[in-house]
Write a protein that binds this ligand. Structure first.
Ligand code: NAP
Length: 334
């Protein structure tokens, strides 16, 4: 893991980029996807209509053709033909999302995305966008409504050196662990997470720790200017735990949590891992319930910041996307 990190150290992820292409008066935006996240973004954009015009919304299944000046489309290329300044990516992890982000970067279109899996897998997209002077931002991809990346960026901009970031970054696994500790079986707990809208039809990325590993990869870019390969971050699956073990631990004052950790080692390399750890119940990182996230950021100066809040769901995640869009609008002095 440490070698992978070192090899990728040449990539430049330092923020903020001061070389952002100026925006014209009213931003033309395309929404890719209109599910949990982007339906909330679309609602929020209605209040920013003086600054942002939604030229098209793309979904997989057809929706009514035109809504005011917004075209509802099923072909992503048709949406790019509307000439957007900004692409707002609320697609799932899929080849279409990867291609759309490639196209946006190639055409010099600003990107706001919540799609951690694609962004983690394609660090080159951010680097290329930065070189072109276009924004490629993804606050919602880590922590949902909890400002993890924003805080890391602020701290490093203020001259702090990050020593460690660790926390509960995956709401679905936390929700499932909460049910396991009450004696619910694994399959039933997954079904409850799906019914509550947290787990996807295929919940393996959450359960196997891959989602948390992708988020660590994104944090590492901002905290350490490194782009680790998320797939090579060691991750322990919830399936390796016996549900009885989780329940028993709770009875003994311990709570299992899926802990994602990044640590700067003494030799300057970064250790990254996702593990299942039994923490004393009064430990701050044992605190998140259901889909909540809690993240602790420790700086070499001794400064410690603890963030806690809703890590997923329509409103907090859409709020983080909208904040990125507002930053973009303000940067262009629209
Ligand atoms: N949900 C959260 O709390 C949360 C939090 C943080 C980050 N994220 C990330 O945000 C992204 C969106 O999540 P979500 O929960 O909003 O997903 P979602 O509810 O499943 O919505 C996905 C949207 O993408 C559309 N879509 C899927 N494949 C498409 C394709 N090939 N072409 C065009 N449209 C396509 C779907 O169309 P239809 O409507 O026709 O199905 C739907 O509108 C994901 O990358 C996720 O990891 C989500």
């Amino acid at each position: 893991m440490e070698n992978d990190m070192t090899q990728l150290a040449a990539l430049d992820f330092e923020l903020p980029s001061r070389n952002v292409r100026p925006l014209r008066t009213r931003l033309r935006a395309v929404l890719l996807g209109c599910g949990t996240v982007n339906s909330g973004v679309l609602d929020g954009l209605a209040e920013m209509s003086g600054a942002v015009e939604v030229s098209a919304v793309v979904t997989r299944r057809p929706r009514p053709g035109k809504d005011g000046r917004t075209a509802w489309l099923t072909d992503i290329r048709d949406a790019f033909d509307t000439g957007p300044d900004l692409v707002i990516d609320g697609l799932p992890d899929c080849p279409a999302a990867e291609k759309a982000l490639e196209l946006a970067v190639e055409r010099g279109i600003h990107v706001v995305s919540a799609n951690k899996a694609v962004i983690a897998r394609r660090p080159d997209l951010e680097v290329r966008a930065r070189r072109k002077g276009t924004r490629f931002v993804y606050s919602a991809a880590v922590g949902g409504g909890v400002p993890v990346l924003e805080t890391v960026i602020r701290l490093t901009s203020a001259g702090e050196r990050i020593a460690r970031v660790r926390g509960v970054l995956n709401g679905t696994s936390n929700f499932v662990l909460g049910l396991l500790e009450q004696g619910t079986g694994f399959d039933e707990a997954i079904a409850a997470a799906q019914a509550a809208g947290f787990a996807e039809a295929d919940p393996s990325a959450d359960i196997d720790g891959l989602d948390a590993a992708a988020k660590l990869a994104l944090i590492a870019r901002k905290a350490f200017a490194f782009a680790p390969d998320a797939a090579s971050i060691p991750a322990q699956s919830l399936l390796s735990l016996d549900p009885g073990q989780v329940c028993g631990a709770r009875e003994n004052g311990l709570r299992y949590r899926q802990l994602a950790e990044l640590t700067r080692l003494e030799d300057g390399t970064i250790d990254a891992r996702v593990s299942l750890t039994a923490l004393p119940e009064d430990h701050p990182l044992a605190r998140p319930e259901n889909e909540e996230n809690t993240v602790e950021i420790v700086c070499e100066s001794g400064l410690k910041v603890v963030l806690h809040g809703k890590g997923a769901g329509r409103s907090p995640t859409a709020g983080a996307v909208l904040a990125d869009i507002r930053d973009l609008v303000e940067a262009g002095e629209v």
